[in-house]
Design a protein around this ligand. Sequence first.
Ligand code: AMP
Length: 340
Amino acid sequence: MSSAAVWGPSAAPYHREGQHLSITVVGSIAFDAVKTPFGERERMLGGAAVHFALAASFFERVRVVGPVGDDFAEPELAVLEEHAIDTDDIERVPGGKTFFWRGEYGWDLNTRETLDTQLNVFEHFEPKLSPESRASEVLFLANIQPDLQRRVREQCPQARFVAMDSMNLWIETARDSLLQTIAGVDCLILNDAELRELTAKPNLVQAAREIFSWGPPGPAAIAAKQGEYGAALLTPDGFFGLPAFPLEAVVDPTGAGDSFAGGFVGYLAARREELDAAGGELPGDLLRRAMAYGTALASFNVEEFGTERVARLTAEEIFARVGELSEMTRFSDVRVPLRR
Ligand code: AMP
């Protein structure tokens, strides 16, 4: 896979002093109610920014931006802080209620039904980032209303790599705003069905080509999440695909996409020296490795409900799974004489 040009100039000298070594993420911080064929939870810590942060925190310090209500108590905050995630930019809204989502999965865990979405404190949220969050070189706009994603993007002018996620709700209700947000990022991480819906194109390759035709500015790489079938990475002149890690038991897919993004973006951030050496390009080999880390983190996420599994994951487990993934996707191109 050839390189994609996205890695922006360094805002040295801060970079050299180590002040920018963090990833800022904005997105939902939530209570989720989830039912799957394997059990249910009435109220658990969730949200796109939370799942992303837990996965990315293995690679770098993550700063979470977003509001919560009075109902978001110490135990929830502690889950983040125990993983050295910076919660200074989590704003507690007095009298407010935390974002709430209720979803249900049938036997096909690839499709889920959203039964309730309550934006609550996100409805009137005005992001005000701390100087530390503004100074992050890597920014992830996790799933939330696209105006909010952009308001955070605008406060991080020094970000050298910006990736984003979104969902069908925003494609259907805030399309123009979403397109503006997409124009301001380097990498789009979306489900394949959402990519097709966004572009009204029947397949992934056409959908990616359409998105690249909107720029520049705009994404130079697209990661298409395909649920139990894995993920694909498309650049204007390259393609790479990985299957999902084959698991015996998938319990709750909620947050898999955000964990994938956390592993993918986290790995790229951790390899910034490789990015610097590539002089403004995202090398294809680096992107492939980032895909493997994303795939590994997502696979752990779905083994248990909500954040439970990733919260007690270890670095050794991640390395072992990436190693297995590397083994199971390797093949050599040995030819035989063909009959015709
Ligand atoms: P994923 O399974 O990775 O697509 O993301 C699941 C997370 O997205 C859940 O923890 C929800 O709290 C969150 N979520 C669901 N709907 C929305 C929405 N409309 N905006 C932002 N976050 C959402």
